[in-house]
Ligand binder design. Sequence first.
Ligand code: HEC
Length: 162
Amino acid sequence: MSMWIKRVAFLALAISLTATAAVAQNAPAVVKERQETMKGLWPNFYRGFSQAAKGESADVAATPAKTQEAVATLQKVATLFPAGSGREATPDTRAKPEIWTQRSAFDAALTKLVSETQKLGDVAKTGNIEAVKAQFAAVSEACGGCHGGPAKSGGTFRFEAQ
Ligand code: HEC
């Protein structure tokens, strides 16, 4: 091997090692951020949506703007599952390895939640409570694409809490 090729090969190895180390070092912070963001979904947004679905009118009026905030938060969530942030790096994460082995299904589940949430905003603009109620059911079902509702529940993409 020429000196030049050796140098390039060494550089490539050094870069890939650095990249791996970066993921592993940031994993606990990323996991913490995604868990906190996920925990905030219900109190910050979806609890209000469930109240709107019960006909509490102030919540219906607030719903279109709130769904936009929820969507922005979900777009942020999409960036919080980098490769290497599963249990191999952070034992307390409940993210299942299937997130990375079935990435397109995971992304589709998130996209589904985004679109059902957007639809909820549109339906709320009409003020039709029955329609809001039906659409809220579709939103809840979309949470179920990754895990069950109850805090300790598991699912396709989340481990059950121990
Ligand atoms: C695209 C998949 C996906 C969707 C859709 C989804 N979640 Fe999650 N959620 C996860 C994963 C994965 C975790 C575990 C994250 C971790 O421990 O690193 C989680 C964790 C949580 C947690 C617990 C936080 C924690 O510390 O584990 C709550 C609460 C939660 N989600 C609420 C919701 C609600 C409410 C919805 C629907 C509005 C929803 N999620 C939709 C994937 C999803």
